[in-house]
Design a protein around this ligand. Structure first.
Ligand code: GLC
Length: 539
C-alpha cells in the first residue's frame, strides 16, 4: 500500500499518478493502435513501477479527428479500444492490483458526429439548437467574433444548412457545448455519474478554461507580445474567449457530483493558465478541482533560480488547504528528455518525485523516451497540418516495451512510427539495468511511498544558486535534503546542517563513502539525503 497518513490524508495527495495515452500503450488486436486489453496486460509494469493511479486519455466512441477528444458517445467505449466488458475487466483488475483508474472527461465540446450536434444543426428550431453555440454572421458576413481556434484559424464555422456559425475552441469537428443551457449541464453531469457508478475513481477534466466565452461576443484584443514561437491562437489575448468567471460555478457542480460518492472521486482540471488565475480553479473554499493541473514546470526556464521562484510563487498562491501538483509532460507537449536532454531528465525525475504535491508521470517518461521525428507522410495530428511546429505526434509514439518487432507494442506497423533506437532503448532492457532511468523512477517512487516527508511533508528552500537547487522536505522529526546540480561541474552543498546519510543519487557512478563529511555533488547529479533530526531546544 502507498504511504498514507493514517489520520486523514486523501488518497490523491500521497499518490503518484501515471498518464496512459491508450492509442500508444499496447496493441493486442493487431490494428496498430493500443487498446484496453493492452493496458490490462501491462498492469504489471505499472505495479512494478509503483504508481498508485492511472489516468487514461479518452476511450469513448469517437470519429478520432482529435484522437478521442472528439466524443460522439460519452457512455460507450470506442471499438478501437475494445468493449465495455474490456473496460470493466480492466477496472476490476486495476483495483485488485491496488491501482485507481481515472478517465478523461471532455465537457467543453463533443464531436460534430455526436447525436446532440446532429440534432442541433438540423434546424434553428430543433430542441437541441441551443445545446451548442450558434450565432449569426456579422453584418459583413464574417464570423461573429475574431476568436481563434486553438488549432489555428477562426473558431467559428459557417453551417450552410441553417445559415449560422457555430463556435469551436478546437477543430471544426469539435463544436463547443453551451454550458449556459441547464439541459446541457444536467446531461453532462449525468455522464460523470454514469462512470462513477461503474467504479471509476476520478476524472481528468479536459480544456476547462474554454467552457465559457463572453456572452456579449466581444472580440479578443490583439496580443502585442505574440511571436512565431507561440501557437497561432495566442496572436490574441483571449480575455473574452477563455477563463470566464462562469466556469467556476460549473466546476463546483462537477465537484458536487464527485463529493457524493463514498471515497470522494478525484477531479483534476486541465487549464493552461498563469499561476494566479489557475488558483481560482481550486474553487471558493476548495469547492472546485482537487487538483488544477500545474503545467509550469514544462514552460519555466530550466534553471535552479527560476524553478525555486516558481515553487515559491505557486506555494504562496495556493489557497488555504489547497494541495499542489506537478507535471513534466503529457500527450500535448514535447517530451522532457527532448527539452532537457537525458541527463537533466534524471534531475527532472528527482524534482518531480520529491516536490511537495501530487506528481503525474506521462507514459514513457519512466524509460526516458524522447520525441520521435515523424515524417511528413505519417503525420496524424490535425494541429500539425495548421501549425507544423506544434504537431503533437512526436510525443505520442508507441511505448517501447522490448527489442522485438515494433518494440513489442504491436504485431503490425503502428499508427505512429516507433523510435528508431527501440532495440537498445526499451522497458525490458532498462528493467534489468540498475543504472537505467526506469530503475531511478522505481527507486524514487518507492522512496516516496516509504517517506512521509516526501509524500506529505513540508517544503523549505535551502539553496538556489546558479547551478544548484536544494530543498528540505520534513515530516515530524524526519528531514530529507534534496539537492540537484543542474550544471556541468562539481558543486558544493551550502546546506547549514550537513547531510547525515545519502539515500539516493541520480548518478550511477556515485560513491557514497564520506559523503556526509564532504557534501559535493557530481556534475548533473541529484541526491536525496537524510538530515539529522531537528535539535532539541532545552529550556
Ligand atoms: C486538451 C487535450 C488535447 C485536445 C484538446 C481538445 O488540451 O489534452 O489533446 O486536443 O484538449 O480536446
Amino acid at each position: 500500500m502507498p504511504y498514507r497518513d493514517v489520520h486523514e490524508t486523501a488518497w490523491w495527495r500521497a499518490d503518484v499518478l501515471y498518464q496512459i495515452y491508450p492509442r500508444s500503450f499496447q496493441d493486442t488486436n493487431g490494428d496498430g493502435i493500443g487498446d484496453l486489453e493492452g493496458i490490462r496486460r501491462r498492469l504489471d509494469h505499472l505495479v512494478s513501477l509503483g504508481v498508485d493511479a492511472v489516468w487514461i486519455s479518452p476511450i469513448f466512441a469517437s470519429p478520432m479527428a482529435d484522437f478521442g477528444y472528439d466524443v460522439s458517445d460519452y457512455r460507450a467505449i470506442d471499438p478501437i479500444f475494445g468493449t465495455m466488458e474490456d473496460f470493466d475487466r480492466l477496472l476490476d483488475e486495476a483495483h485488485r492490483n491496488g491501482l485507481k483508474v481515472i478517465l478523461d472527461y471532455v465537457p467543453n465540446h463533443t464531436s460534430d458526429e455526436h447525436p446532440w450536434f446532429i440534432e442541433s444543426r438540423a434546424s434553428r428550431r430543433n430542441a437541441k439548437r441551443d445545446w451548442y453555440v450558434w450565432r449569426d454572421a456579422r453584418a459583413d458576413g464574417g464570423p461573429p467574433t475574431n476568436w481563434q481556434s486553438e488549432f489555428g484559424g477562426s473558431a467559428w464555422t459557417f453551417d450552410d444548412a441553417t445559415g449560422q456559425f457555430y463556435y469551436h475552441a478546437y477543430l471544426s469537428k469539435q463544436p463547443d457545448l453551451n454550458w449556459r443551457n441547464p439541459e446541457v449541464v444536467a446531461a453532462m453531469l449525468d455522464v460523470l455519474r454514469f462512470w462513477f457508478d461503474r467504479g471509476v475513481d476520478g476524472f481528468r477534466v479536459d480544456a476547462i478554461h474554454h467552457l465559457f466565452e463572453d456572452e456579449n461576443l466581444r472580440d479578443d484584443p490583439v496580443n502585442p507580445e505574440w511571436h512565431e514561437g507561440l501557437p497561432p491562437a495566442q496572436r490574441l489575448l483571449r480575455s473574452n474567449s477563455m477563463d470566464q468567471p462562469e466556469v467556476h460555478g460549473a466546476i463546483a457542480l462537477m465537484r458536487g457530483v464527485a463529493t457524493c460518492y463514498v471515497n470522494e472521486r478525484l477531479l483534476i482540471g486541465e487549464a493552461y493558465l498563469p499561476i494566479e488565475r489557475l488558483m481560482a480553479y481550486y474553487g471558493i473554499e476548495l469547492s472546485g478541482f482537487h487538483l488544477p493541473f500545474n503545467f509550469h514546470l514544462i514552460s519555466t526556464p530550466w534553471q535552479p533560480k527560476c524553478i525555486a521562484a516558481l515553487v515559491d510563487d505557486y506555494e504562496r498562491a495556493l489557497p488555504p488547504g489547497g494541495w499542489p501538483n506537478w507535471v513534466l509532460g503529457n500527450h500535448d507537449r514535447p517530451r522532457v528528455v527532448t527539452r532537457l536532454g537525458p541527463r537533466q531528465a534524471r534531475i527532472a525525475a528527482m524534482l518531480l518525485l520529491t516536490l511537495r504535491g501530487t506528481p503525474t508521470i506521462y507514459q514513457g517518461e519512466e524509460i526516458g523516451m524522447a520525441d520521435v521525428p515523424v515524417p511528413h507522410n505519417r503525420i496524424r495530428d490535425r494541429f500539425a497540418f495548421n501549425a507544423p511546429a506544434f504537431g503533437r505526434d512526436p510525443e505520442r509514439t508507441p511505448m517501447q516495451w522490448d527489442a522485438s518487432a515494433y518494440a513489442g507494442f504491436s504485431s503490425v506497423e503502428p499508427w505512429l512510427p516507433v523510435a528508431a533506437d527501440f532495440r537498445e532503448h526499451n522497458m525490458t532492457i532498462q528493467s534489468a539495468d540498475p543504472s537505467s532511468m526506469l530503475s531511478l523512477y522505481r527507486s524514487l517512487i518507492a522512496m516516496r511511498r516509504r517517506e512521509a516527508a516526501l509524500a506529505i511533508g513540508s517544503y523549505t528552500l535551502v539553496q538556489a544558486s546558479e547551478h544548484m537547487l536544494a530543498y528540505e522536505r520534513r515530516h515530524g522529526e524526519r528531514r530529507l535534503l534534496i539537492a540537484l546540480n543542474f550544471g556541468e561541474r562539481f558543486e558544493e552543498l551550502e546546506s547549514l546542517s550537513p547531510p547525515a546519510k545519502l539515500l539516493l543519487s541520480t548518478d550511477p557512478e556515485r560513491q557514497t563513502d564520506g559523503f556526509a563529511h564532504a557534501p559535493r555533488l557530481n556534475p548533473q547529479e541529484g541526491i536525496v539525503a537524510e538530515l539529522a533530526p531537528p535539535e532539541v531546544v532545552v529550556r
